[in-house]
Design a protein around this ligand. Structure first.
Ligand code: ATP
Length: 315
């Protein structure tokens, strides 16, 4: 780790701004954000991301320059790459970094766990209040040894397929997740997984396996049983031989979280697991709603890795 001279560390915020996030009206939103940051006397610098994953490089530069407070202005994808930038940099311990979010994305699922409102001014007020939580971060290693981090939820199988299909439907907003999900289930061929978890080996046909750090994904669905962002454990859901009608008849349960009690669903807590794609069907792998690759994957957790600015808890 190449440590910076402490005198170059600044208390100012650095905003990573995704102008493509949220599908429109960016100029108006950005104008409002700048005005409010001035009203609340927040000292900041910023960069616009110019393409997907550019956030990683922008975060690296900002931390190198001495910034320790990073604000992600965008949706879950922007936050995902901001987190990847923090986890990959080598200038300071990741837990020295504080991350806040100004949500302007389509889904904005990460903020739901912390009841941060999907509203620019409320989010800025929360940043001013400066209450933080030291959150766990998930890590995935693919067959080619590439490494990816996730701050919300990741998965392999059908959810990856849905993310792959989602791009064309995203302009419809959060309903696009469910439309994409239902459409795909008519055609999707479930892979066979060999799963090594907690000294057990499970071999099964599997619609998907999910790894949760936080509670919500897919535009407000709750598909893990008891995700706790600070317990040092992945909250794992195995949706086994789920069929089209299993999903149609249980739509409401996807949103209430009751789906985890379905007889074709198994839940686990673990610090690590490995999923082997037995017949090399190359199932899609997603992290925080971003497609990251295909094939087998090892998943683990980095406990209490990054400080996130969250809504102050009353009491
Ligand atoms: N200038 C850019 N042009 C195109 N894509 C970009 C740009 N900057 C960042 N991206 C990428 O846009 C993708 C989507 O971003 P993000 O998820 O934040 O927005 P969203 O899709 O509107 O919101 P959500 O994921 O919450 O539904 C991410 O992969 C991000 O890296």
């Amino acid at each position: 780790m190449s440590h910076l001279d402490e005198s170059s560390v600044t208390s100012s915020y650095f905003l990573i701004v995704n102008p493509s996030s949220g599908g429109g009206h960016f100029d108006k939103k950005w104008m409002k954000i700048q005005q409010l940051l001035n009203v609340y006397q927040i000292d900041y610098s910023f960069s616009f991301s110019e393409y997907s994953k550019h956030e990683i490089q922008l975060v690296d530069n900002a931390i190198k320059q001495g910034f320790r407070k990073i604000i992600s202005v965008g949706g879950d994808g922007t936050l995902h790459y901001v987190v990847n930038g923090i986890m990959q940099q080598r200038y300071t311990k990741t837990s020295n970094i504080k991350v806040g979010v100004i949500p302007i994305g389509t889904g904005n699922d990460w903020i739901k766990t912390y009841t941060i409102p999907n509203d620019i001014e409320s989010a800025i007020k929360i940043i001013v209040q400066d209450q933080t939580i030291l959150q766990d971060i998930g890590m995935m290693t693919l067959s080619d040894n590439s490494t990816y981090y996730f701050n919300n939820l990741a998965g392999i199988g059908y959810d990856g397929y849905v993310v792959h299909k989602l791009d064309t439907l995203k302009k419809l907003g959060s309903i696009s997740y469910i439309l994409s999900g239902l459409y795909g289930l008519l055609f999707y061929r479930k892979p066979q997984f060999r799963i090594h978890i907690n000294e057990k080996v499970i071999e099964t046909t599997c619609l998907m396996t999910l790894f949760g750090i936080c509670k919500y994904s897919g535009g407000g669905m709750q598909m893990t049983k008891n995700a706790d962002p600070q317990d040092g454990l992945l909250d794992i859901t195995l949706a086994k031989d789920f069929k089209f009608f299993d999903l149609v008849f249980n739509l409401k349960k996807l949103y209430t979280g009751a789906i985890v009690h379905h007889k074709k669903v198994e839940n686990y807590k673990a610090t690590q697991l490995e999923i082997i794609d037995i017949h090399t069907k190359k199932p899609f792998i997603e992290a925080d709603g971003e497609l990251i690759g295909t094939g087998s994957v090892k998943v683990s957790i980095q406990p209490k890795a990054i400080h996130f600015i969250i809504k102050p808890v009353k009491g």
